[in-house]
Design a protein around this ligand. Structure first.
Ligand code: GLU
Length: 364
């Protein structure tokens, strides 16, 4: 099996703000245990920023707002973090290989394929890939921000069998267990719907940025990729093995969707940030949803955002609900000039479809 194990900053940082060597040692021993059975494990780790803040003079729980400082902290912390992984994997007879990814590495098809090739080459040689976001050069606007989404996209990238999100709670609860004593653990989630997203609430600790909302978003990407996700407590004994073996009560298990979205559609739906929105009428919505047609200019009633051709855009119905996402073949200015037009009235240089069927993903 191919397993992606993501561990968050809160599980890797001590109360005094240092790297928790015991936590890294435990994870590495668990990885070695699974390797002995022939499974491949890819670690997605956070805690570079939190590990770098102390050495730069920021006490525990103090996170500066300045993005440049956070980038600098990650550069200091990442080396310490990797040295820790290298040491603990080596004591288990394993070699670590660091891979730092930025969102753009997954947007551009050629880099996406290169990232996959590197991970496959590492696994083929028995090396344990240890991945983090490339925080030292991360763009303030364009970044994964938490590693949950990064881990889900990696699970998709390498066609993993399961994604394990290790955190400081036992899984997903019916409410916020820190505030609601009646909140209970949900052991299985078949479909992530809006009610669940609302119940689960926002981000958690100050050490990282994850929180349950981001676990849900990651589990959704994995589910659409046909990958099962388990959210479980990082300090639970044998947590990785139990998650891989599907032991009852290990945490919260998200079942994958029966139909796996093709790689290109998944990439459009979840990896690319939308740069604009296009509003369509009811007839167009019906044609896209029921008849699997392309979006033509005749069905467009409005747009916002400054998008160019080949940008990702969201599609909204006339009530303002987002129901699809796609790559537009038209820029905003052309759409403003020709929306509502019949195809035969378009200038020759314009594509007939605003969004071609192959570039369109219907969202639930
Ligand atoms: N990639 C970040 C890290 O390793 C994650 C979380 C954060 O923004 O604090 O530190």
């Amino acid at each position: 099996m191919k397993v992606v194990a993501k561990i968050g900053s809160s599980s890797l940082t001590t109360v005094t703000g240092e790297i928790d060597h015991g936590a890294v040692a435990k994870l590495c021993a668990e990885v070695a245990d699974l390797r002995e059975d022939g499974h491949h494990v890819i670690i997605v780790t956070s805690a570079a920023i939190s590990a770098g803040l102390g050495p730069l003079g920021y006490g525990p729980g103090k996170r500066p707002k300045d993005a440049g400082l956070l980038r600098a902290a990650s550069a200091v912390g990442q080396i310490a973090l990797m040295a820790t992984y290298k040491g603990h994997l080596a004591s288990n007879g394993l070699m670590a290989g660091q891979v730092l990814l930025a969102p753009t590495d997954l947007w551009h098809r050629s880099r996406y394929l290169k990232s996959r090739g590197t991970l496959e080459a590492l696994m083929a040689r028995g090396v344990v890939p240890v991945i983090n976001e490339n925080d030292a050069v991360a763009d303030d606007e364009i970044r994964f921000g938490d590693n949950d989404r990064l881990a889900a996209l990696v699970a998709h990238l390498i066609d993993a069998d399961c994604l394990v999100l290790l955190t400081d709670t036992a899984g997903v609860f019916t409410g916020d267990p820190r505030r609601d004593s009646n909140a209970s653990l949900i052991e299985e989630i078949v479909e992530i719907d809006q009610a669940l997203e609302l119940a689960v609430g926002g981000p958690g600790s100050t050490a990282g940025r994850g929180g349950m909302a981001s676990k849900l978003a990651a589990a959704k990407i994995a589910a659409w990729s046909g990958v099962e996700t388990t959210v479980a407590q990082s300090d639970r004994p044998k947590v990785l093995r139990e998650a891989v073996e599907g032991v009852a009560g290990v945490g919260t298990v998200f079942r994958p969707r029966a139909q796996r979205l093709p790689a290109r559609k998944l990439w459009i739906a979840f990896a690319l940030p939308p740069t604009g929105r296009i509003v369509v009428d009811e007839g167009a919505r019906h044609a896209l949803e029921q008849d699997q047609r392309s979006l033509l200019p005749a069905g467009v009633t409005g747009a916002d955002g400054l998008f160019a051709a080949n940008d990702a855009v969201e599609l909204l119905d006339e009530r303002g609900a987002v129901f699809a996402k796609g790559l537009t073949r038209w820029c905003r200015a052309d759409l403003d000039s020709f929306s509502g037009s019949h195809s035969r009235d378009l200038p020759e240089e314009l594509a007939e479809e605003v969004i071609h069927r192959d570039d369109l993903v219907m969202l639930p």
